[in-house]
Design a protein around this ligand. Structure first.
Ligand code: NAD
Length: 498
């Protein structure tokens, strides 16, 4: 598409984009059964990009039957592991070969900066597929110790038909974190993208096809949560749900399962993650991370560092640094390669964030930066990176997920108090701890109840380590070999040799 990420190349590429806008079932693009469509508006430019097939329960019934048939006929699960590995690895290669197009579609849909979408989001997605592919022929089953009169084995089997329901903030790689292990484990699947961001999910379906994933194994149903999402959650022939999104909707999937067939459900949900800055840490690096970890992706990250806990002895110094770094963030047109902070996804999210800014003021937090809408192209919603000081951790603004560019500054006097504040949350997704003392780092590691504790870093690691949370941040983990186990049943076989 283009070699260099320049504004001219991006604008030119945008003009020649073809928007895939149908569902993908049984290896081909199809309209929704009802023929209905919904409008896809770009968060980056405010334009209407295309009309997307609006699936509903009938499409779900059809796609589940197709996926079931593909599962039962063994076209995928019974392939030799090495063959499935080759096909999935090719899928990853094709994502990379189409990196610029996928990144551009992602930026247009989400409003995120183009350089990040092309260089980071697509890379993470391709890595997730490739890593899962590589795992396929390295997962051994188990033979348990028995007497000589028996053989006992524990084997993994795919669940069957798995539905992945994903959010809008990182549409491509959130999907890839599910697709990789679901397909690697031998399942058939249906992907439901968020209604705000369907474009990359639909586009990669034909890449999956091109890679050689058999028809019916990978299906995509665009549409709304209450219709497609709910119908998948309640379908009695769906064996597993892999959900990423809000805690409220995650709980609905647990309910759908309980009220239908007790399908396996994993839910990756929200967060209110702390960064904890001790006086003995590299304060410059800690301040850099406090800012990038909060405002990356316009603050629309599940693991956004939305609570900044600073030791009282260095609070003024660190806050000065944070303010200086935040003021230097390049906010602007998501399609400009130099932009670091783009647009908010949609009006509803924008209003939610503005509402929390008002709540914070009413609660007595002190607005020290931002808080205002920025002028942008018509239909594009831009917000200043916003910071509140003098926040008490019991305030709503420190307890509830805002999912936008709003940070809270909280002080503490010692390690125990910092741990207590960090844990005073219904969420437990991630934390980032800054200290030069190994002893202190371990005290935090042992005391903080979050799925990841990053010491002197944030959002570090790769597919080798799990990602997911404690408490209401979810059940289950994405990434690592543990994620493959979510999409498998365990079978015990005991052979009597007497
Ligand atoms: P959301 O819960 O509103 O939507 C997520 C998905 O669920 C979408 O596909 C949506 O269509 C569907 N959905 C919505 N209502 C539904 C219903 N009633 N029944 C069935 N499906 C329904 O979340 P969002 O606004 O798209 O994403 C933001 C949330 O995702 C934040 O809370 C964020 O923290 C979370 N998130 C978590 C992780 C993680 O790994 N823990 C990663 C990214 C985002």
């Amino acid at each position: 598409m283009f070699d260099e990420i320049t504004i001219q190349n991006i604008k030119q590429a945008k003009e020649s984009l073809v928007y895939r806008n149908q569902a993908f079932v049984s290896g081909e693009y199809v309209n929704s059964i009802s023929g209905k469509t919904f409008t896809c508006v770009s968060s980056a430019t405010g334009e209407v990009l295309t009309q997307i097939a609006e699936c509903d329960e009938d499409d779900v019934n059809h796609a589940v039957a197709v996926a079931r048939k593909a599962f039962e006929n063994g076209c995928w699960r019974d392939l030799p592991p090495a063959e499935r590995k080759t096909i999935l690895a090719k899928f990853a290669d094709l994502m990379e070969a189409n990196r610029n197009e996928l990144g551009l579609l992602e930026t247009l849909d989400v409003g995120k900066p183009i350089t990040e979408a092309i260089n980071t989001d697509v890379t993470i997605a391709a890595d997730a597929i490739r890593w899962s592919a590589e795992a396929i022929d390295k997962l051994n089953d188990e033979v348990v110790p028995t007497g000589s009169n028996a053989v006992g084995t524990i084997t993994h089997e795919p669940l069957g038909v798995v539905a992945a329901i994903v959010p809008w903030n990182y549409p491509l790689f959130m999907a890839a974190w599910k697709i990789g292990p679901i397909l690697a484990a031998g399942n058939s699947m249906i992907l439901k993208p968020a209604e705000q961001t369907s474009l990359t999910a639909i586009r990669i379906a034909e890449l999956a096809n091109e890679a050689g994933i058999p028809k019916g194994v990978f299906n995509v149903l665009p549409g709304f949560g209450e219709t497609v999402g709910q119908a998948l959650g309640r379908h009695s022939d769906v064996d597993g749900i892999a959900f990423t999104g809000s805690t409220v909707v995650g709980k609905l999937f647990l309910k759908y399962s309980a009220e239908s067939n007790m399908k396996r459900v994993s839910v990756e949900c929200g967060g209110k993650s702390p960064i904890i800055i001790m006086p003995d840490s590299d304060l410059d690096a800690a301040a850099e991370t406090a800012v990038s970890g909060l405002f990356y992706n316009q603050g629309e990250s599940c693991d956004a560092l939305s609570r900044t806990l600073i030791h009282e002895s260095v609070k003024d110094e660190v806050l000065d640094k944070i303010l200086k770094i935040t003021r230097a963030i390049k906010v602007g047109d998501p399609l400009d390669p130099s932009t670091e902070f783009g647009a908010i996804i949609d009006q509803q999210q924008f209003e939610q964030v503005m509402n929390y800014i008002e709540i914070a003021k009413q609660e007595g937090a002190k607005l020290i930066l931002g808080g205002n809408q920025l002028t942008a192209a018509p239909g594009v919603l831009m917000l200043e990176p916003t910071l509140f000081d003098q926040v008490d951790n019991r305030m709503r603004v420190a307890q509830e997920e805002i999912f936008g560019p709003v940070g809270t500054i909280i002080t503490f006097k010692d390690v125990d108090e910092a741990i207590a504040i960090a844990n005073d949350s219904k969420y437990g997704l991630v934390s980032s701890v800054w200290t030069s003392s190994l002893k202190t780092a371990y005290k935090f590691r042992n005391g903080i109840r979050t799925g990841s504790v990053w010491i002197n870093c944030h959002d570090a690691g790769d597919m080798t380590v799990p990602f997911g949370g404690f408490g209401e941040s979810g059940i289950g983990r994405d990434r690592s070999l543990h994620s493959l186990h979510k999409y498998c049943e365990l079978k015990t076989t005991w052979i009597n040799l007497d």
